[in-house]
Design a protein around this ligand. Sequence first.
Ligand code: DAH
Length: 327
Amino acid sequence: MREKIEQLKSAALRQIVAAADLAALEEARVRFAGKNSELTALLKTLGTLAAEERPKVGALVNEAKTALEAALTEKKSALQQTAQTQKIAAEKLDVTLPGKGLKRGHYHPLTQVMNEAKNIFIRLGFEIAEGPEIETEYYNFDGLNIPPHHPSRDMWSTLFVEGGQLLRTHTSPVQVRVMEKRKPPLAIIAPGRVYRRDYDATHSPVFQQLEGFLVNKNVTFGDLKGTLTEFLRQMFGKERNVRFRPSYFPFTEPSVEVDVEWEGKGWMEILGSGMIDPNVFKAVGYDPEKFSGFAFGMGIDRIAMLKYGIDNIHLMYENDLRFLEQF
Ligand code: DAH
């Protein structure tokens, strides 16, 4: 009996010490110290021993149990410690690593120039109007004194869509739409995209215009020139050379174009303008004897090219970050 107890005790201690993890330790506990363990079974047989043997063997069993429990507790806390250390190592976080940088975006150069142009006119008292990009022939041409089959339609290489409509070739149709609905005095700008069948370094099939017009009693060419000169000074600075050049548009009489000096390359035309033609007023039901006005339409892409020294309009539509990040 004593021998048996000693054997169990040393076998148990060996297994406890060898336990690689908490599960293995629990297995050892159940096997050697649990309710169904041999040690517990031994205690139950104490009654069969001689009376003087019982206390001695009982004490031995208890001593073995205490030793096992002590060993179990000690091993358990050692294993827990190891597990904790491993867990911490696995979750280790290097707080000195740099974070993921969020790149800060900015407006596209065309949006920047468009906003700047709008703001200049808003400060001068103009208000913003908009019109559709898919237009009717009436608003794009007829209402602007460009009758069907008139050769001046060729000034705009038009893209037609199904059903007889077209992609507006300029923002001028917004003039007709606004004047049809409202009475003078009016000072309006109309920003937006326009479309043409054109393609070279300064022409893109889609580009942006800013239309403007002002109608009131006694508006003169001096008002036109003063307004546009103020715009050009604010947009390009007082030092930049600009010129007004006589021109022709069906919806204005007289008409001018404005060129801006293009460093090292001569001049670039950026806008058309003129005094609104009496026929346009008649088409919207205004009395040309009573009212006069000026109008203009400028190319935002070209203004951006001149302002930033970009020599190819297509760069503005390619969304190449190496280009965009320069602005
Ligand atoms: N719509 C013309 C174009 O796209 C530009 C223009 C010229 C607009 C004269 C005007 C204007 O309002 O008066 O070529």
